[in-house]
Design a protein around this ligand. Structure first.
Ligand code: MOS
Length: 687
């Protein structure tokens, strides 16, 4: 394995980079539409109950307010919108959580809309909410399946008996809090209806074609009449993977007013209206022989959803992939609370799941008196533990070894709590990363222009990842021309239907279609071709396909305040062929930094009496800033895997966050001797 050093990174710069830094790139809310009115959403101030009535008198008396929409007067959505209760907005008096939309104020200006929203009086009949997740909640149940269609429970052998007989046992409960996507660009939409009933939406979305389909179903409009344009997106991390209430609200308002309407959610509203990562309580039990060989692995997760929609995160699926054990049980239990509906946040499942599993593995290494890397290597599976399928490629061991070399792991004294530098205790930790490498059908067109340039069109999304640039490289490689001769058009549901930017599947899904189109064009000798990848994706070989990685962290903990600083993070990944190194590094370190936030900072607190998110802004909800990120580096090993897709690539959007919190928590243990099993690792949890 040849390690790739970041020092050698070169390649394409972002195609839209100049437009973005000069302000020429227009995001959804910045579209200049003649006659556009501005809407502001009003959200509930109770977590459970009913709206008893509105007094919109003062609002409507405002000279620049145009309309107030509520469930009493908003246009009706389609009957089958019941299947998407978060999008059936302004249809009922029932309130399911604090911060749910209850009204929309539309005005000539943003200022007037905000003032109108402030003047709107809403009277409620309030019931006592239940917003607290616990592992003994009487409402816990077993969902039929968990996110992405994974089985809720699975296992093999008799783990309880194996735990009884094990030489070494780790039995620990870990928890992770509500954490929030909070992309830099808030969710925003501009909606315009044409006279002949066509709806155009400028929207901030991770997938315009799929979003257009959903919106057409909710509104009961023929899908050919809904177009979503989304050229630039300022982050999403999963929260823009599906349409959010802003899209439907803007469409309904534009319909009611007969003029274009724009709506951006506020930073505060992003805490309740666009999904978030469920809190988890995870019990992990590991049984092992004295030499560290696992004999039992039990990983059980407790999580929440709202009362209106089931979202069950796949928290323990990582334990079906990572380590060999003859006895295993993984399970999920869910409780429906009076809370906003959780959804996808970067590596739903793997991010919290790998915190618990990789912390427990570190605890087992301590119990066994073994190096945590050696322990992991000793428990490498030959095949995917859950299914017995062969791995298309699995280079976790290579990542651990290469990371250890680069990090200087071998000089580490394993004794916890003994390295003192001034006021600080210093330590280092390691954890593994993993994320599935999947793809979905997509279609694309490719055209050879007379001037020697090429146009590739696909309904892909660039949410800040550099997808437009990566697809340009993929197309140029397949056409065997310089990237400067290729234009890739994305971000519009009018383009050929494609997978959304989610599940780290974007590049693999779109790239497969782009390569196919470009090769067909070359074969045809010019002109234009249209392809889709339904057949090859359906025939994907029956293999276990996952990316892997190893993350190392060095921390120092202030002995007086308990403050933890991360001095260094190193991630070494095995993610197939890296298409555009500069962009890949950015994705990987971005995930690692988000993992740093998850480890030390991010936590939304719900008031148990009111169900309100107490710290619903960046003053109270902390994310890493530059000063928190001193030395974060991501590298990779060269991994050949011809069984994935034509590029040989694995997704890189999410793997960087997986394992990062555990690497930091394990380093905090090494520094202090204190095992913190509840994220974030707050000062009070260390003192
Ligand atoms: Mo990602 S959380 O699958 O959009």
């Amino acid at each position: 394995m040849t390690p790739v050093s970041a020092a050698t990174i070169d390649g394409l710069r972002r195609i839209e980079g100049r437009d973005k830094v000069t302000g020429a790139a227009r995001y959804a809310y910045e579209q200049q539409i003649e006659g556009v009115a501005t809407a502001v959403a009003v959200t509930s101030t109770i977590a459970k109950g009913r709206i008893h009535g509105f007094d919109a008198g003062e609002t409507l008396a405002h000279p620049r307010v145009l309309e107030v929409l509520t469930y009493e007067n908003a246009p009706r959505v389609a009957e089958d919108a019941d299947s998407e209760p978060e999008l059936a907005v302004l249809q009922t008096s029932a309130v399911a959580y604090h911060g749910q939309v209850v009204a929309l104020v539309i005005a000539e200006t943003l200022e007037a809309a905000r003032e109108g929203a402030r003047l709107l009086a809403v009277e409620y009949r309030e019931q006592t909410p239940d917003v607290e997740l616990s592992d003994s909640h009487p409402g816990l149940y077993k969902p039929d399946k968990v996110n992405a269609g994974f089985p809720t429970d699975e296992g093999t052998g008799d783990p309880d008996r194996a735990l009884e007989k094990a030489d070494l046992v780790v039995d620990a409960v870990y928890s992770t809090p509500n954490d929030h996507n909070q992309p830099m660009e808030p969710h925003a939409t501009v909606a315009t209806w044409s006279d002949d009933g066509h709806l155009t939406l400028y929207d901030s979305t991770q997938g315009a074609p799929m979003a257009a389909n959903s919106v057409s179903k909710i509104l009961g409009v023929d899908s050919g009449r809904v177009r979503i344009i989304s050229h630039h997106v300022g982050g999403g991390f999963g929260s823009k993977g599906t349409p959010r209430p802003n899209v439907i609200l803007a469409a309904l308002a534009a319909q009611a007013l007969g003029r274009p309407v724009k709506l951006a959610l506020t930073r505060q509203q992003l805490f309740t209206m666009v999904g978030y990562r469920t809190p988890t309580i995870q019990r992990v039990r590991l049984g092992a022989n004295a030499d560290g060989t696992l004999t039992a692995l039990v990983h059980e997760a407790f999580e929440q959803s709202s009362t209106i929609k089931e979202f069950a995160e796949q928290t323990t699926t990582c334990s079906r992939v990572m380590y060999a054990s003859p006895n295993r049980r993984t399970a999920h239990r869910l409780v429906r609370l009076d809370v906003p509906t959780p959804s996808w946040k970067r590596a739903p499942g793997e991010a919290p799941g790998m915190f618990a599993l990789e912390s427990a593995i570190d605890e087992l290494a301590v119990a066994a008196g073994m190096d945590p890397i050696a322990l992991r290597i000793a428990n490498e599976p030959d095949v995917e533990p859950e299914t017995g399928r062969r791995f298309s490629s699995r280079n976790l061991v290579a990542c651990l070894r290469e990371g250890a070399r680069q990090f200087g792991w071998d000089e580490r004294d394993p004794t916890p709590g003994v390295r003192r530098e001034g006021r600080f205790l210093v330590g280092s930790g390691v954890a593994a990363s993993t994320y599935p490498a999947r793809r979905q059908p997509s279609s694309a067109t490719a055209r050879a222009n007379d001037d020697g340039t090429y146009l590739v069109r696909i309904g892909a999304a660039d949410i800040g990842t550099g997808a437009r640039t990566a697809l340009t490289r993929i197309a140029a490689t397949a056409l065997d021309v310089d990237p400067s001769r290729v234009v890739v058009e994305i971000g519009d549901s009018a383009l050929p239907f494609a997978m959304l930017a989610g599940g780290s599947m974007g590049t693999a899904s779109w790239g497969s279609a782009v390569v196919k189109a470009c090769r067909a064009l070359v074969e045809q000798g010019g002109g234009e071709v249209e392809v889709d990848t339904k057949e090859e994706v359906a025939a994907d070989a029956d293999l276990a396909k996952h990316g892997f990685g190893a993350q190392f962290a060095q921390v120092r903990v202030d002995i007086d305040s308990g403050e933890t600083r991360v001095d260094r993070m190193l991630g070494v990944f095995a993610v197939g062929k890296v298409i555009e190194p500069r962009l890949a590094r950015s994705q990987l370190i971005g995930g690692m930094v988000m993992g740093l936030g998850m480890a030390l900072m991010e936590e939304a607190i719900l008031d148990p009496r009111t169900g309100a998110t107490v710290n619903h802004d960046f003053a109270g909800y902390h994310v890493p800033v530059n000063a928190d990120v001193t030395d974060v580096e991501a590298t990779w090993i060269e991994e050949e895997d011809a069984e994935l897709n034509p590029m040989g690539s694995k997704g890189i959007g999410e793997i960087g966050i997986t394992g990062a919190p555990a690497a930091i928590a394990n380093a905090v243990f090494h520094a202090t001797g204190r095992r913190v099993r509840d994220l974030p690792i707050r000062l009070d949890r260390l003192l």
